[in-house]
Ligand binder design. Structure first.
Ligand SMILES: Nc1ncnc2c1ncn2[C@@H]1O[C@H](COP(=O)(O)OP(=O)(O)OP(=O)(O)O)[C@@H](O)[C@H]1O
Length: 570
């Protein structure tokens, strides 16, 4: 039987022969047989002169193995997340190619006539789920690097903390490509890089998720990536058209490339392709959908939503969400967080995590900033680009802070809950803004801070506030700055005299404590440059303990002789 007839009979069902690339028309096994053997240079030579493409076997990195083991054995109920992860990767791959082409970083594109798109297809009888994109693709080395190690620092964190509950890991971080092993016992990835300068060879990556993967060179792979899953017995629902179509619709509404599901041999478009942030308004339902899409979750709703569009000082179209304060990130695991807002220019993604525009203390916000004036190949080295980023950042952050001020006035109770969840980041913002942004957002930030006092503050009879939490103290110290914004008591602005009194009061009450507490706060925030400065103060605190413990009033009488102190410390 000729290869052609085998291929024609065993094509993946639902793929239109006339509208789809050649590779989807051939059964995988046949293509592998055909492609792992290739003629020697002398094509007219006998069959025994053919030599096989060698198949390399690689071990997954240790953490990847651990993650795969947890994921593959999981009984995770929300299995469809793998579709979201694969669609998102396929869309990122298209986005990347569009970006590199637009910025002339890829000049010679493979299969240049292939439009940027994503296609999903299934084969129920063979338990197959297939997704293919015409995006950037991967070279041999990129395959090893990208699919052999864990990319998501979040899931790595979880593993390092000894977490082994797959539902928590998958629920919170998605685990990207590896979520395929929740549903598949065999994963095959066909890929070819779009950049001809990097090579024109195609590769097949295969794994059953049990510790190693193989890579084989393959003929006739078009530009992009095709992922073929052989589904586990308990996941055969994902070889059903109706299930896949429903899930794909749910996860692809805002993808900026056409997404097709092959139905009765015809690719049918399923996504609306709407970039919400470019619209002048949107319904609550649309925001909910977009928020979930950006957070990579199929649940949850935003606490606050802000759409911000302006033409001056820059042309900005943006959409921001603040997640439920109950899910605010823990400050213990946010030392080097990824910014949740991406930067676009006329819909094309310029930066996935828009640092430079959004400061770290606002990393927990989700959203998109689209700025027409932004060059696509923005560089950190160019002063002009840096200035543009700063200008954009000023406009966007100021708008966010003023929006929060408005919300605080509109619904103080709702704001109170927001503040409880995110207060640490706003207080940290005050410090980071001072250090990295000349305190340009200080006035706006101060208006957002709230302090709890156990007793009603009496300016004539000062009492010490109970809450002397370190950030609190630092923020309070900032308030003491005479150029600070006005403080309020009982919803009225304090008079100048009252403010001076208040500053004196805070300084008198917190004087000794702010010494040491400020440094503790700096250690917690990882901003203390020289820990040696702590030593003399720590020694003093210890000395204080020793004296006070023995009944001496250290603050009033420090003239206790040294031998008494030595005896005491024993
Ligand atoms: N369809 C694809 N085309 C090209 N490269 C891909 C594709 N799918 C995955 N990759 C590569 O593999 C890497 C790992 O993918 P994975 O989904 O595990 O994490 P990620 O996508 O980097 O994480 P995140 O979802 O936070 O962006 C990607 O960063 C990308 O470089």
């Amino acid at each position: 039987m000729s290869l052609r007839s085998v291929s024609a009979r065993s094509q993946i069902s639902g793929v239109a022969p006339s509208r789809t690339p050649r590779w989807t028309r051939r059964r995988v096994r046949d293509r592998c047989v055909r492609s792992v053997w290739r003629s020697s240079r002398d094509v007219s030579g006998p069959v025994d002169r053919c030599r096989p493409f060698s198949t390399e076997t690689h071990e997954f990195k240790a953490e990847t193995k651990k993650l795969l083991d947890i994921v593959a054995k999981s009984l995770y109920t929300d299995k469809e997340v793998f579709i979201r992860e694969l669609i998102s990767n396929a869309s990122d791959a298209c986005e990347k190619l569009r970006f590199l082409q637009t910025t002339q970083q890829v000049k010679d594109v493979s299969d240049a006539e292939r439009p940027l798109q994503v296609t999903l297809s299934v084969n129920e009888s063979e338990r197959k789920f297939v997704i293919e994109d015409s995006g950037i693709g991967m070279t041999h080395d990129e395959l090893i690097e990208h699919l052999g190690t864990i990319a998501k620092s979040g899931s790595l964190d979880f593993l390092q903390r000894g977490e082994s509950d797959a539902s928590k890991i998958i629920g919170q971080f998605g685990v990207g490509f590896y979520s395929t092993f929740v549903v598949a016992d065999k994963v095959e990835v066909y890929t070819k890089t779009a950049d001809k300068e990097k090579g024109e060879k195609g590769y097949l990556w295969t794994s059953d998720g049990s510790g190693s993967f193989t890579i084989t060179e393959v003929d006739e792979v078009p530009r992009g990536t095709k992922i073929e899953l052989t589904l586990k017995d308990d996941a055969t629902e994902f070889s059903k058209l109706a299930t896949v179509k429903k899930a794909a619709q749910k996860f692809s509404s805002f993808i900026d490339f056409p997404i097709y599901v092959t139905e009765e041999g015809e690719p049918k478009p399923i996504n609306k392709q709407e970039a919400l942030w470019m619209k002048s308004s949107a319904t609550e339902e649309q925001h909910l959908e977009f928020f979930r899409f950006l957070s990579g979750n199929s649940y949850g709703k935003p606490w606050y939503t802000l759409m911000y569009q302006t033409d001056a000082p820059l042309s900005i179209k943006s959409c921001f969400y603040i997640p439920d304060p109950d899910n605010a990130p823990s400050r213990m695991f946010t030392k080097d967080p990824e910014i949740g807002i991406s930067l676009h220019s006329r819909r094309v993604m310029v930066k996935k995590h828009a640092d430079g525009v959004i400061p770290k203390w606002l990393h927990w916000m989700k959203g998109i900033v689209d700025c027409e004036d932004m060059p696509m190949n923005i560089s950190r080295e160019s002063m002009q680009d840096t200035r543009l980023m700063e200008k954009l950042s000023m406009a966007v952050v100021r708008r966010i802070l003023r929006f929060l001020q408005q919300e605080a006035k509109k619904d103080p109770e709702k704001y109170q809950k927001f503040f409880r969840g995110y207060s640490y980041f706003l207080k940290a913002g005050l410090i980071e803004d001072k250090e990295g942004n000349f305190s340009r957002h200080k006035d706006d930030l101060l208006k957002l801070l709230r302090f709890e006092l156990d007793t009603q503050l009496d300016l004539d009879k000062p009492e010490e506030p109970e809450d002397t939490d370190a950030w609190h103290c630092q923020a309070t110290a900032d308030l003491c700055n005479p150029s600070g914004s006005k403080m309020r008591k009982d919803k009225r602005v304090l008079t100048e005299e009252e403010q001076t009194q208040m500053q004196k009061f805070i300084k008198s009450v917190l004087k000794e404590k702010v010494e040491q507490l400020y440094d503790n706060a700096c250690i917690a925030a990882g901003t203390l440059d020289d820990p040696r400065v702590l030593m003399s103060r720590l020694n003093k605190v210890l000395e204080m303990f020793v004296y006070q413990g023995a009944g001496y009033d250290y603050a009033r009488d420090r003239r206790v002789n040294v031998s008494t102190a030595r005896n005491l410390s024993r």
